[in-house]
Design a protein around this ligand. Structure first.
Ligand code: AMP
Length: 217
């Protein structure tokens, strides 16, 4: 099954993707994670995309499509995959359709996480991540016991540079302008399903599995 997760930054796509990917045993492919890893390693690609990411701008479609072309060819995705943060523009949606057509595949379902803007701002603005084990904390809703220190492994917490307030606002603006039109693209194909993204992660997972008619836990 080939799935796409849609939703504004901070809607919980990453959290749901991790749960769904282990439930359905298909890889979670996050373009944001791939690009962050490239910038961390300082590769040529990483250097190209860093300025866009720092400002909360989208990386040009051509670069993203090349990254995805390579990624979806890998053996782990042959039985399906879960895309998180891609496609983000109409040309990217057309691009993935073309790529999949070559191997007579297609996107099966697109799940949109509905979350209010207020909630998104709180989630992103309060998000701190453990530099050791990657655990997520939120200063408003799930604060660490000791200031800026991971409850699980004791490492320091850090904030993603693009979670700075002015960058968050730009990411939301870019989402509305560039990514929202994709909903209509998939809706016209009858593939879009909306999910309440304000529930707890396990309830969201349960609802999604129901929508996909896979399991009713
Ligand atoms: P994310 O972790 O999905 O919020 O992505 C972080 C940043 O990576 C975004 O703000 C963009 O700069 C870049 N990025 C990730 N995925 C894409 C994409 N599909 N198209 C363009 N830029 C992307």
């Amino acid at each position: 099954m080939n799935l796409v997760l849609l939703g504004p930054p901070g809607s919980g796509k990453g959290t749901l993707a991790k749960l769904l990917s282990s439930e359905l045993k298909i890889p979670h492919i996050s373009t944001g994670d791939i690009l962050r890893e490239e910038t961390k390693l300082g590769t040529c690609l990483g250097k190209k995309v860093k300025p866009f990411m720092e400002k909360g701008e989208l990386v040009p479609d051509q670069i993203i499509l090349e990254v995805m072309k390579e990624r979806i060819r890998k053996p782990d995705g042959q039985k399906g995959f879960l895309l998180d943060g891609f496609p983000r523009t109409i040309p990217q949606a057309l691009g993935i359709d073309e790529m999949l057509k070559e191997s007579t595949k297609s996107i099966d379902w697109v799940l949109k996480l509905d979350v209010s803007e207020d909630r998104v701002l709180k989630r992103l603005g309060g998000r701190w991540i453990c530099s050791g084990c990657g655990a997520f904390f939120n200063l408003y809703t799930k604060p660490p016991q000791k200031e800026l220190t991971c409850d699980f492994c004791g490492s320091k917490l850090y904030q993603r540079p693009d979670d700075a307030p002015e960058v968050i606002l730009n990411r939301l603006k870019v989402y509305k302008e560039e990514t929202l039109p994709i909903e209509e693209y998939y809706s016209k194909q009858g593939k879009l399903r909306k999910v309440n993204g304000e529930l707890d992660p396990d309830s969201i997972l349960k609802n999604v599995l129901n929508i996909l008619q896979l399991k009713n836990k």
